[in-house]
Ligand binder design. Structure first.
Ligand SMILES: [Zn+2]
Length: 468
């Protein structure tokens, strides 16, 4: 039985809604198709883990922390309203790789009745972007700094010839990641490549070495420790008593963004010098953002508000010289579609037969299944997070269906911080969006509790370090 059918407990409203009445919900979400390519381009996808669009200067943030990305976007498409499919790492990346929502690809957390690890790996029968382009002769490589949930045991390495997870020692920062990537790029190659890079500089503990002349605060404490200390206050609605520390966290996060931006400049200068950008599709995005006290939340996972879902998406087509800002909403699950649209015609049709083009013309989905297990048991805030939340985006509106009955509805252009819940004022719209949501969440996958990865002592240490 479908998870959604179980949790929504709502009559199927499809039949009762005339298609014509939905027209007002639907936004135009298409990008211009690129010119028909004749040779397959290189594909470079960069996932800046935990980089929220709301804290990026090139997305309108007040602190100039993304000088490189801003310059890069002058010759690229910057999608102003890209949302992740989930507020945390594994389900979001699995969506980037499969073009599916978490319910469909199955890599997400699930309900447990006692504290335990509650995360399902990506089922192996999913087809991934790397698998598809691999069949076309691409060399595929991933360099992964998020060492727990993007670890091979969660099956996100499907289709990569090289799958390098920086697992030992401290969290790998961009200097180390760049060094490895450059080594991999060194040999001359005849085939095109698909290179995926995951950076962790903006994930806790933030890479917040001070930047002279930029922020006037001392980085005295590890952000991971501040987050742990603040959690009991913020999650129980007492964040206001700790505004100075929240400000400190926010400044550390902003600094980490600036530090990563600088390292991206170095990487791209290298790619340029090797001539590797000429026929390369570049996609810069993130898996989720970060709560810094908004909605009484900290870090990520936990819930589906915009701070965690609004992510950057900057796409440079091969040969593109003029930048464009695109306001149509989109989702990270579009990634395979974006890539396949850049393939020569014969490859393109084969590729779309393996991972179908994602149609978001009637809206799209983000989801959160419960929270990390440690949040749910023996914590004052456990009940609050012990629920499934499905968000549906259409025509500027966001509907949140909640398994505890606390549904929400926001008009995002008017209320981007989701402060004014319209659920009681717009019941008809909520009903229509629920029907559309249900239509998207068919055929869900159940977690296979017998088949979870074993966790070693090292894993548990890493989980602590990353705050999961
Ligand atoms: Zn992440």
């Amino acid at each position: 039985m479908a998870i959604v059918q179980r949790t929504l407990k709502t009559a199927n409203l499809w039949a009762s809604i005339a298609i014509a009445s939905l027209a007002f919900l639907v936004g135009c979400a298409e990008s211009e198709a690129p010119a028909e390519p004749t040779i397959p381009p290189n594909i470079l996808v960069i996932s800046m883990d935990t980089m929220g669009a709301n804290h990026m200067a090139c997305y309108g943030y007040s602190i100039p922390n993304t000088p490189f990305l801003g310059e890069f976007a002058e010759s690229a498409d910057l999608w102003e309203n890209c949302y992740s499919t989930a507020p945390w790492t594994l389900p979001a990346h699995a969506s980037m790789f499969t073009g599916l929502y978490p319910t469909q690809h199955g890599a997400h957390s699930f309900k447990v009745t006692r504290e335990m690890r509650n995360v399902n790996p990506l089922p192996m029968d999913n087809t991934t972007l790397a698998e598809v382009v691999s069949e076309f002769g691409y060399q595929t490589a991933a360099f992964i700094a998020n060492k727990h949930y993007l670890n091979g045991r969660f099956n996100v390495g499907q289709g990569f010839d090289t799958f390098h997870v920086f697992r030992s020692g401290d969290i790998a920062r961009a200097d180390l990641v760049n060094r490895k990537v450059k080594e991999w790029l060194e040999p001359e190659r005849q085939q095109p490549f698909f290179l995926f890079i995951n950076y962790m500089d903006t994930h806790r503990p933030y890479r917040s070495e001070e930047r002279e002349g930029m922020f006037d605060f001392p980085v005295e404490q590890n952000s991971g420790q501040i987050l742990n200390r603040l959690m009991p206050f913020v999650l129980t609605g007492k964040g206001d008593e700790h505004l100075d520390e929240l400000k400190q966290l926010s400044a550390q996060y902003d600094t980490a963004i600036a530090n990563l931006d600088e390292k991206l400049r170095e990487l791209f200068a290298h790619l340029e010098s090797k001539g590797l950008l000429e026929n390369t599709l570049v996609i810069l995005t993130s898996d989720h953002g970060e709560y810094l006290g908004e909605h009484d939340l900290l870090e990520h996972s936990k819930d589906v508000y915009q701070e965690a879902l609004h992510v950057p998406l900057i796409v440079r087509h091969p040969g593109q010289t003029v930048g464009k800002r695109i306001s149509s909403p989109t989702t990270v699950a579009m990634l395979p579609t974006i890539v396949f649209d850049h393939l020569p015609a014969d490859m393109k049709s084969t590729a779309f037969s393996k991972i179908p083009r994602l149609d978001i013309s009637k809206g799209f989905v983000a989801e959160n299944y419960y929270s990390r297990s440690r949040d749910l048991f023996g914590r004052e805030w456990g009940d609050r997070l012990n629920r499934v939340r499905h968000a549906f985006f259409a025509d500027g509106w966001k509907y949140i269906h909640s398994s505890d009955g606390k549904h929400e509805l926001y008009n995002l252009p008017e209320d981007p911080h989701e402060l004014s819940n319209q659920i009681d004022h717009e019941p008809e719209r909520a009903r229509e969006m629920l029907a559309l949501l249900e239509g998207h969440l068919v055929d869900p996958r159940e977690a296979n509790i017998e088949d979870l990865p074993e966790y070693t002592e090292e894993d548990l240490q890493i989980i602590d370090e990353l705050g999961y």
